[in-house]
Design a protein around this ligand. Structure first.
Ligand code: SAH
Length: 202
């Protein structure tokens, strides 16, 4: 492992990120998903540029969001806003299957290439509007939203959450965790975060 990569995991460890999450990240090195950057830059704890004005999320935020999904290995997961595919790749190390949906066709192609290069074979990247979820494979045990919603989590996503399932999303620049309990949705607001906007029909 390179020095910059090692330093990143040390930093995340100091910030309280669980060992399981760090191991998952190390299996899918961020440099394989960082577009046109040299390797050392890929391991800074900051968002990185992607084509179409989008960004690969900050490692600490990805780690926190994956931790909040509370994955145990058997889950079927929906990832909304897959960008480079890195966040989906980390989730895929801790779950059974991931459906990742992205609205920019160029990024769909990029994520597929990146995931293949990283040897990740349990993520399917779909082109579409993730605010509608992906009904053919619903319900999901976990839903990750990697673009910032305004006011509330899209209703379609809550509807596609399995009983007991968890959803993590940035809403009005704050991380929100939701858990379905039968017909009820429990909601918890957590720390502040900055994301590119979620743009879609609902
Ligand atoms: N998780 C990504 C980074 C996400 S940036 C990574 O690890 O690289 C947010 C992404 O959400 C962008 O690629 C943007 O195009 C996408 N996005 C925004 N609104 C969307 C929507 N309604 N459906 C699907 N993707 C969307």
């Amino acid at each position: 492992m390179e020095a910059a990569e090692h330093a990143l995991y040390e930093d995340l460890r100091r910030r309280g990120i669980d060992e399981r999450i760090l191991q998952a990240m190390a299996r899918v090195p961020r440099a394989l998903f960082a577009w046109g950057l040299d390797h050392a830059q890929a391991y800074v704890n900051e968002p990185l540029p992607l084509p179409d004005g989008q960004t690969i999320s900050q490692p600490l935020v990805v780690a926190r969001m994956v931790e909040l999904l509370d994955l145990h290995g058997g889950e079927r997961v929906l990832d909304v806003g897959s960008g480079s595919g890195w966040h989906a790749a980390v989730i895929a190390q801790l779950a059974a299957e991931v459906w990742a949906i992205e609205r920019h066709a160029s990024l769909v192609a990029l994520a597929r290439e990146n995931l293949a290069r990283a040897g990740v074979d349990n993520v399917r990247v779909l082109h579409g509007d993730g605010t509608r979820g992906w009904p053919p494979e619903a319900p999901y045990d976990a839903i990750n939203v990697a673009a910032g919603a305004r006011v509330e989590v899209p209703r379609a996503l809550e509807q596609q959450l399995a009983d007991g399932g968890r959803l993590v999303a940035p809403v009005d620049d704050r991380l929100v965790v939701e858990q379905r309990r039968g017909r009820l949705i429990e909601r918890q607001g957590l720390e502040g975060v900055r994301f590119v906007p979620l743009i879609g029909a609902s």
